[in-house]
Design a protein around this ligand. Structure first.
Ligand SMILES: [Ca+2]
Length: 89
């Protein structure tokens, strides 16, 4: 099997990270504690985009849980915010 490209490896990391933190209770969603743990463990180096993170979580977490689609939306928002921070288009 061919070596995964960096983007393919990143997709795998996104999936595995969600799975790792969503494990307790409903394994298909992150509850508030699981989401908090994911952010502390996996996103602690991106303090510059913390306002975007907090705002996005507020928008997504209206029902008290974050499913995979909402998680991917959060990651996409963070990617966009990071691009702005580092001056990319
Ligand atoms: Ca869960």
């Amino acid at each position: 099997m061919a070596q995964p490209t960096p983007l393919e490896a990143s997709l795998g990391a996104l999936i595995m990270t969600f799975d790792k933190h969503a494990g307790s209770g409903d394994a298909k969603t992150l509850n508030k504690k699981e989401l908090t743990n994911l952010i502390k463990a996996e996103l602690h180096n991106i303090a510059g985009v913390r306002p975007v993170l907090d705002h996005t979580i507020t928008l997504l977490n209206t029902d008290g849980s974050v499913d995979f689609k909402e998680y991917i939306t959060l990651i996409g928002s963070l990617a966009c915010a990071t691009c702005v921070l580092i001056g990319l288009p």
